[in-house]
Every structure is written in C-alpha cells, then in structure tokens.
Ligand binder design. Structure first.
Ligand code: NBG
Length: 818
C-alpha cells in the first residue's frame, strides 16, 4: 500500500480541533465544564477518523493483491480498552499526550474513562484479541468475526465476602469504536423445515421452508497493527428483528405480538454465556452460534463474489476459516448447505471445498466443554443442518468401516452423531470437516492426539498439529508496562516491539549490577502504581516492599486457587508459631470471576475473602503477610496487576490447563513463575531455563495414574500435620466463626469426594517450592537476575510468532508487504 502516507493519516496538527468538533457536533455536548468522559469520547472519535482512513487503504491493498484472506470465527473477543492500544500502535502517543495536555487533561486519565469491551470469558477471547493485533501487525490479510453482545461477561463485586454479579452494560455511555453498518443487513433463518423438490432437470434438491428470520447487522471495530499502517477489523454481528417477520403479524392486527417477536429476535445477541455453566439444551446458545456462522458465511461469500462471478472451485484458494474452539462448528454444515442447496454443487465437490477451507483449534480437554447438541434440539432449530450432518456422518462412517471392517467399537467412538445419547458431537464434526486440527500448547496437542481423539489421529495422519499460544507484546509489555519498556528500549533499542526474540539481548545484562538496580526500580514503580489502584478500588493498603504473589484468572477447581489458599493458611500458621521466621513479607493477591452457577468456585472466593479478613486483622501479621481478593478481574485490571507481580501462580492440575496465556504475560514482565508441568508452563520452563522457574507437583501422566489408582486423600492428611491443621481450620470454621459449616463442602471435596484435582497430592511439593521462592527473594540480586532472564527468554511467546505459524502451515497465506 502507498506508504509515506501513514503519517498524513495521523494529521496531528488538527487533533485538538477534531476533538472539540466531535464533542460539539457529534456528541452534541458543551466543551465546558471540561468533563473527562466527554473528552475521552471526543479523542476516541478523532482517533477513529484516522483509523478509518488507514483501514480503507488496507482494504484496497487486500483487493489489489487479490490475496487469500483468513477469517477468524470466534464467539468471544476480549479486547478490553481500545484507546491507548490504537494510539500506541499508530505511533500517535507523543502527539496525543501534548494535545490532551493543552486541553487541560492527562492522557492516562482520559484513558481510564473507557469501559472495557468484555465480550469474552477469559483466555480464549483474549487470545483472539491478541491474534487480531498480530494479524494487523504482520500484515496478514483477514479479519475477525464475532457477536456484538449487548452485555459482556458480568461485572463482579464482592458483598460480605461473596461474589455478586451485575449486568455489564458496556455500551451504556456509547461506544465510539463501533461502526454500525446498517447497509449490509443479512437475514438469518431458524426453525421451519427442510423440503425436498425436483429442479427443472429433475434433480432432487432441498430447500429450507417456513423459517423464522432474524436480521444480522454488522458492526465493525477497527484494529491497527503496530507501526506498519495495516488496520484490520472485527466484524461483530448484532441481531435486529426482521421486517417481514413483524409486518406479517402486524398486518393481522397483532401489534403487541409483532413487538414480542421483535424483542425475542433481538435477544440473540443480548448476552454472552459465562462458561462453566451447563449449556446443554440452551436453545439460545445454539442460535447464537448459528447466527454468527450464517451471517459471517454470507459476508464471506459476498466478498468472494465481489470482483465478478467467481467460481466456487477457487473458494479455498481465497478463503481460510479458523474455527476458534468448537463453538462455531455449525459452519461446516452451513457451508455445505450453501454450496449444495444454493449453489447446486455436487456433494463431493462441496465437501472438498469445506475441508480445504476450515481449520479447527481446540482449546480445552474438559469433557463438559466439548459441545454436543441433542438431535431433537438441533433438528428443531436447524432442520436442514441436521440432515446435512447426518449425511456427513453416514459418508464418514462408510469410510471408517471400509478401512476398519468389523470394528464397531471404533465406529461408535468416532461417530459424529452418538446413537446412544442421540447427541451431535460438534468436535467430531469440526475434525472431520477441517484440514487441520491444533491444540494450543505442545502438551495439550499431545493429549488431544493420544487421549482425547486417538482414533481420529490414527485415521487422519498429519491432520493434528500444534500451535503454541502467544500474547501481543504491544499490549502486554509496551502499553501495560511503560517503565520497563523504556528501560528495555534504552538497553537494546526498539525492535523488540515487532520482533520479540530481540529480548534475548537483555540476557547479558542480568550480570550488570546497575541494570539490575534499574530493573528493580521499574518493578517497584509498578508495585506502587498497583498499590494506589488497590487502595482506590478495594480500600486496602498494600506495601510495595513486600513480595507480590499473584494469581489472577477465572475461578475453577482445576486452576486450584484452593491450593494457593492452603499455602497461605500454612504460612499463616508458621508465622504465628514463629514470629521470627526468616521469610520475606508477602502480599497475596487473588482475582477472578466464578461462573454464576458454579457452587464450588463461588465458595472458594468466599474462603479467600474469609482467610484474607482474618489475616489482615491479625496484628501479628502486620508487615509479614497480607491477602486480598481483587474484585472484577478484567483486561484493564490485568494491565495494572501483571507488571507489578513478583511471583506468578500457574498451578493447575497437570493435564488440565490447555495452555494458559496469563503465564506468558507475567513472565514477559519479569515475574517468576511458580507452577506445575502443565500447558505452556512446560515450554516456558524450556525457554527460560529450569533454574529460573519454580516447578513442582505431579506430571500429567502421574495425575492420570493417580486417578486410575485412586489414592485416599485422608492418608495424605494423616501423614502431613501441616496439611491436617490447615484443612481442620478451614473445615471447622476457624475463618467463619459465625457460620462454622461454611467451608465444610470445600474440605469435603478434597477428603470425601476423591480430590479429583489432586490438591492434597500436590500440597507438600507446592510448599517446598514456596520455600525456594522465599529463599531466593531474600537475595534481591539473585532474584533480579532470574527476573531479567525470564523477560529475555520470552521471545517465543509473541502472538506474532503464533499467527505466522498459522499463516504458513494452516492458512497458507503470505503476509502483505508494507
Ligand atoms: C482456554 C484454556 C486456556 C488457553 C485458552 C486460549 C477455553 C475453552 N480454553 O488454557 O483453558 O490458554 O483457552 O487457548 O476457554
């Protein structure tokens, strides 16, 4: 694309004027009194003007190059805030700071006015957003597709120690970044029936009759890459009622009925489903998935045809579709429906196109998250799709049977439609309908091949691959940690921002005492910044001169926040017994949302707040141990917490965390990891070196063996007096004197229900690892050395590396040159 023009787009000279103009004529507001939210919005619109110009140029470059594009289909995106990210990536930070200062504000304060776009649950959505940043930065033609939920993941508050949920009405005050495109409405159908008919030539055809319809309206959010001038987009669909639908009832005089239908259809994009909630039987969730898929495929097909009447044979040379987890898998059946029922392609040709177009990323091995839909529900909502899936299954079973005659067990295990339960296994459909299937860390991909889908791996040699996750260095180091970024750039120059492996050049500086000193000073600055934030948000003072021990992520038993609590209670007991104990003073911070219906996760939050209350009120713990539950963990909070952490807790039961990406963000910011051999922790260990990480606990194989063997957790408790004491205190109400039975279920889950997550099994090893943490932290120079080596060796975990692997090996797309 025409370069040199990039700076023209930014046109900083008129920025102040543009901000005022947007406040006056776009927002219809006064300039006075100078309200920060108003000026934030004005600035956002002024930045957006510049983004739109760059985006149009990028689109032209895509069309001119006629290159293949990737479409990243995801039910979740978790971008957080947009303003600083856009400004920094566009190289406008300095200019913006000056302009905003002239207007009487600080840029950082204005940035705080923005509400997070929280359209995802956690790692899966955030990964999608990191990948958008890298797709734009690397110049890979393509964009994301998702849903514009009115309500993102709920807002969490802590009331009397319990989680409470509030609706996250994130667009309440407007959303400057969202561009509504009313001109491109598509109709999406549900219900009705599949109807067979004969065409002119007497061929048997199918059509979808008597369907209800909903309109899908595209809303674009533009995302600039760093430095290069490419701008990609997320196209998010919002549901609107279809005119024909309401008019039909209206003409019959049923105005209220018509309105009801309107409201019902608009419900489709109303709210994001929290994960870890049983989704089975939730018709609305299936409708959301199909809504995303149907609108997106229409849009892709429209674009494919735009240059002229394109043949579908060439479709997969122009289009790659990445299914982000199992959620959008109905796309396989929808593309078949379009090609066979609407474009009249022979089934075999359509099927080849499908498999060449789709690729599937699996993000979890938790069985409850591998979606299956009851046949009757699927048949009711998407009657023609059920027929198509049955036909795909029939042909697939014939293939399997031909290669493995008589092996009924294999047939039953591999079937897409599970005859026993009458459910459609969406993961099987995704595997059969894609040319590539990948896990998100090496261990996870191995587990997929060996334990979750071994029959498929044997049947399709080479189809299963791995792409280890990555995170964007722009948001997670450059933007979130300006102090450390400045220090790094001073030391090795700025190239690390677009080539993270450059960080390797920091390694020799680990031996430089002055550099270590500056490194510690940067960490201390970030800890002070976090302490101010915590005081403001939670009303609690924390001391930056203590070890910041952090675990922030969704609350789930497999992530083992409970093991963290058992360590804290044990440390508390040790300090009570021996006030002179030689351990560094520690501040334990835990944050994360629990799914609203997940009883145990919510009870564990209550346990954390109860233990924190007791410890923080104990005068003997002053200056030695503090604990805090951080309410409402979200992207913008992560940006403050991660740069301030000394110790990063990544302690999932081995084999259960597919990858983790928080683990990468912490280590990139110089935190040391205490963790299990799970997900990407293993690869982090290999990169940073075994001496620079605290690894403990059972391996994935040992967990599997322990589960088969069945170990009695009570015998472990008998053998370990500290564990016995901690569990006894929790179980008997030491932390809940007013309600002594409050935490009995938590202890019972360990002692009476088999301790599925191996908390008691890993307890002793965890404590020993924490002993090593304490010893090291008492030697600041030794700690800083390892901290520097962590950052220096995290280059592999850039999302640029990850999307380039996808582009080369899975999408087969070349990045555009700038
Ligand atoms: C999550 C995994 C994480 C992983 C992210 C991104 C789901 C279904 N999976 O371990 O639990 O890092 O996906 O791949 O949310």
């Amino acid at each position: 694309m025409g370069k040199g023009s990039v700076t023209d787009y930014h046109d900083l000279a008129s920025l102040g004027e543009d901000i005022r103009r947007h406040i006056l004529s776009n927002l219809g507001n006064d300039l006075y009194p100078p309200d920060p939210f108003r000026y934030f919005s004005g600035l956002a619109y002024a930045v957006r003007d510049r983004l739109i110009r760059m985006w149009l140029a990028t689109q032209t470059a895509y069309y001119d190059s006629m290159s293949k594009r990737v479409y990243y289909l995801s039910m979740e995106f978790l971008p957080g805030r947009f303003l600083m990210n856009a400004i920094i990536n566009m190289g406008m930070e300095q200019g913006c700071r000056e302009t905003v200062t002239d207007l009487g504000f600080s840029l950082d304060d204005l940035a705080e006015e923005e509400r997070d776009a929280g359209l995802g649950n956690g790692g899966l959505g955030r990964l999608a957003s990191c990948y958008m940043d890298s797709i734009a930065t690397c110049g890979i033609p393509g964009c994301g597709y998702g849903i514009l939920y009115d309500y993102g993941l709920f807002h969490q508050t802590i009331v009397n120690g319990w989680q409470e949920e509030q609706a996250d009405n994130w667009r309440r005050h407007g959303s400057p970044w969202v561009i509504d495109r009313m001109e491109h409405l598509y109709e999406v159908r549900f219900h009705g029936r599949s109807e067979a008919y004969a065409d002119d030539k007497g061929n048997l055809r199918y059509r979808w009759a008597d369907a209800d319809t909903v309109m899908a309206m595209p809303c674009d959010i533009l995302l600039p890459g760093h430095g290069g001038g490419h701008v990609t987009s997320m196209r998010l669909w919002a549901a609107a009622s279809s005119q024909e639908f309401s008019l039909r009832d209206f003409n019959q005089g049923d105005f209220v009925g018509a309105m009801q239908a309107k409201i019902l259809s608009e419900n489709i994009s109303k709210v994001l489903y929290p994960n870890d909630e049983p989704v089975a039987g939730k018709e609305l969730r299936l409708k959301q998935q199909y809504f995303l898929v149907a609108a997106t495929l229409r849009d892709i097909v429209r674009r494919h045809r735009k240059p002229g009447p394109a043949a579908f044979e060439g479709f997969a040379d122009q289009v790659a579709i990445q299914l982000n987890d199992t959620h959008p898998t109905i796309a396989v059946a929808e593309l078949m429906r379009i090609l066979v029922d609407e474009e009249f392609l022979p089934w075999e040709d359509a099927w080849d196109i499908c498999r060449e177009t789709f690729a599937y990323t699996n993000h979890t091995v938790l069985p409850e998250a591998l979606e299956t839909w009851p046949m009757d529900l699927l048949g009711r909502v998407l009657p023609r799709h059920l027929e198509i899936i049955a036909e795909i299954d029939r042909r697939f079973q014939a293939e399997v049977a031909a290669r493995h005659p008589g092996d009924d067990g294999k047939l039953a295990r591999m079937a897409i439609i599970d005859r026993g339960s009458s459910r459609v296994r969406m993961a099987h459909l995704a595997i059969v309908g894609s040319h590539a299937v990948n896990g998100v860390a090496r261990l996870h991909s191995d587990i997929l091949r060996q334990h979750v889908f071994p029959d498929f791996d044997a049947f399709y040699p080479g189809k299963f691959t791995n792409v280890t996750n990555g995170v964007t260095p722009r948001r997670w180091l450059l933007q979130a940690n300006p102090v450390l970024s400045a220090l790094i750039t001073e030391a090795i120059g700025p190239d690390w921002v677009r080539d993270l492996t450059e960080l390797r050049r920091l390694a020799p500086l680990a031996e430089d005492a002055a550099f270590r000193q500056s490194w510690r000073a940067a960490k201390r600055d970030n800890k002070k910044r976090l302490a101010r934030y915590v005081l403001r948000k939670a009303g609690l003072g924390i001391n930056p001169d203590t070890l910041f021990d952090v675990q922030v992520k969704r609350m789930h038993e497999y992530k083992r926040q409970l093991l963290n609590v058992l360590h804290v209670v044990t440390l508390y007991n040790r300090l009570r017994r021996d006030p002179g104990l030689a351990v560094p003073p520690r501040t334990v911070l835990i944050g994360g949302k629990a799914a609203p219906g997940y009883f145990m996760a919510k009870r564990i939050i209550r346990l954390i707040t109860a233990v924190a209350e007791k410890i923080n009120a104990d005068p003997a713990m002053r200056g030695r141990l503090r604990m805090l539950f951080l309410p409402n963990y979200c992207v913008s909070q992560a940006e403050k917490v991660i740069p301030a952490a000394d110790l990063s807790q990544q302690i999932s039961t081995a084999g259960m965390e597919a990858s983790g990406t928080g683990n990468m963000k912490f280590a990139l910011n110089g935190a040391l990891t205490i963790g299990t051999l799970d997900g990407a922790n293993i690869e982090i260990m290999q990169e940073v070196g075994e001496d620079n990480i605290f690894i403990f606990g059972l391996t994935a194989d040992e967990v599997a063996a322990a589960r088969t063997r069945g170990v009695d957790p009570r015998s472990r408790v008998r053998d370990d007096p500290e564990l016995a004491e901690a569990l006894d205190m929790i179980g008997r109400g030491f932390f809940a004197p007013d309600d002594p039975g409050l935490f009995t279920p938590v202890v019972e889950s360990l002692l009476d229900r088999g301790d599925y997550y191996c908390v008691t099994a890993d307890y002793r090893a965890c404590l020993e690892a924490q002993d090593r943490v304490n010893a090291l932290y008492l030697d600041p120079d030794a700690w800083s050395r390892k901290s520097i080596l962590n950052t220096a060796n995290m280059g592999f975990f850039s999302s640029d590396r990850a999307v380039m692997e996808y582009a080369r090996n899975i999408w087969r797309i070349e990045p555009l040159k700038e």
